[in-house]
Design a protein around this ligand. Structure first.
Ligand SMILES: [Fe+2]
Ligand SMILES: [Fe+2]
Length: 248
């Protein structure tokens, strides 16, 4: 498990190791393929562009409780990567001559819920679930388009998301580490119900693009649970060795 300082160093390194995006090639997507994915892409673009104020506040409270001040900086850099995803997708929309989206029902619900004073655990759990679906989603969009620009954007996002998942799962392992067996089983039960709901909601909102990328509901559902299974293993505190004497 990496310390928050190590995560800050990773994000710092990653920011200077981005893949070049061939912006000069233009959008390069056919009208037909855009028709399948563009509405969904506009919604994801909006979703990736939150300013992260609430998440940062939650991270500050959590960092103070766990005596881990560097965690705040790690979260800020994580938010900056998500904003970079939003910016790349926004630039692609501009290139394709498609207006960026100002609001969306999924995003409105999410923003509403951001106004609650949520604990780090809730934030992190939701972020893991969204990122699990993002992995399937951007892989599908990459298959659904011949645009060199969009394919590269998807590739870069997918490359960033793998460490994001690890970062969030490690944090959940820290948060869950002092939980007894019963409470952990309850936590996992609640997560399963929540995950099923998020999977169905994302399919409902994005099925056209997902189908264009070759996913049926069955494949999407199966892929999502397989990915989430890996995340659940990575957030299991029993999979890590813990320094003794560190209060949590
Ligand atoms: Fe992202
Ligand atoms: Fe992410």
């Amino acid at each position: 498990m990496w310390t928050s300082e190590e995560w800050v160093a990773y994000f710092e390194h990653n920011a200077t190791n981005l893949m070049p995006i061939p912006w000069g090639a233009g959008a390069g997507a056919t009208r037909e393929e855009l028709a399948e994915i563009i509405e969904s892409l506009r919604a994801w673009q909006l979703g990736e562009t939150s300013d992260g104020t609430r998440l940062t506040r939650a991270a500050e409270r959590h960092a103070a409780q766990t005596y881990d001040p560097a965690y705040v900086e790690a979260i800020k850099r994580f938010i900056a990567e998500e904003q970079r995803h939003g910016e790349m997708l926004g630039r692609f929309l501009d290139l394709a001559g498609v207006p960026r989206k100002g609001r969306d029902w999924g995003d409105s619900i999410f923003r509403l819920f951001r106004h609650l004073r949520l604990r780090m655990e809730v934030w992190t759990t939701v972020v893991v679930m969204v990122e699990v679906h993002a992995m399937l989603y951007y892989a599908a969009v990459r298959r659904a388009t011949g645009s060199a620009v969009l394919r590269r954007i998807c590739h870069q996002i997918l490359r960033d998301e793998v460490p994001h998942l690890r970062f969030q799962c490690e944090r959940l392992a820290i948060i869950h580490r002092n939980r007894g067996r019963a409470l952990r089983a309850l936590t996992m039960g609640v997560q399963r119900v929540l995950f099923a709901g998020v999977t169905v909601a994302i399919w409902a909102g994005h099925r056209r693009a997902l189908r264009a990328g070759g996913l049926t509901f069955r494949r999407f559902w199966g892929g999502a649970w397989a990915q989430m299974g890996k995340a659940w293993r990575a957030m299991d505190p029993r999979g890590y060795t813990w320094p003794t004497g560190r209060a949590n």
